[in-house]
Design a protein. Sequence first.
Length: 328
Amino acid sequence: MRKLLQRPRRLRRTPALRDLVRETKLGPHDFILPLFVSERIKSRRPINSMPGVEQFPPNEIGEVAAQAFQSGLQAVILFGIPGEKDERASGAYAEDGVVQKAVRAIKAGCPDLLVITDVCLCEYMSHGHCGVTRIDGEHFHVLNDESVALLVKTALSQAAAGADMVAPSDMMDGRVGAIREALDAAGYEQTAIMSYAAKFASAFYGPFREAAESPPQFGDRRSYQMDPANIREALREVALDVQEGADIILVKPALPYLDVLWQVRERFGLTTAVYHVSGEYAMVKAAAANGWIDEKAAVLEIMTGLKRAGADLILTYWARQLAEWTRS
Ligand SMILES: [Zn+2]
């Protein structure tokens, strides 16, 4: 038999050797927990399509966030469901809006936990779109600049409430620059922006819409979210958000877009986040519930893959369990 010089298996022989040469390691600080706070409920409400995920009433959100911090996480991202929706998304930028109150409650009890706020209008709009709409006969339009004006108001009110970071997820053009300018002018130059720079019009958002109670009442989101087929366009979107002042850039969803994540991380070098979305969560949960997959092993493999592909931060509904599983 031919003499082998190269034997890669030498370094896989024992657990200690495998630990020694592991390239990608996970820890609690890699994960950000999405939390849903709703003014429409008085007690926790489970989300059917996302087993283990709940909506919380405003009076419980402070405690839930504090528990997340104690588990080792250092950041949460808040999504709000207002008591009332309207055509101007008033609840998104109300001083006493559901997210604004939740930020204050969390910061009062747990000042060191980083609070990121979702900046979008869909949860607050009666029609469920991420911007202001106009209907011409059979066609509807989501108006860009009118929407950006409301997104800016939303981000400002969240910063005023004490958010450490605002995260515009709407995909309107120019919103990062407009938000940065307004935050700076109002004295919030330390409030960071995590921009959903490449957010695709994905089939994997279904369960989230139940969680955030934000399905569009008509039409779809393809005129603002991106075509899943396009990576050059994604890089252009990211380049614009970087120019406009984004501090962290985010790719969403996760697993079907690993090539986008990789290129974004390589090309721009900024802190890069990825959102492992509700549909991706639900698939693993459903398979695990049927005994077809080992949930913990699958989740750790997915998260390792995301980090290996360039993610510095991962938004995931498993954040709490991952904090426990990855604490060394
Ligand atoms: Zn939206």
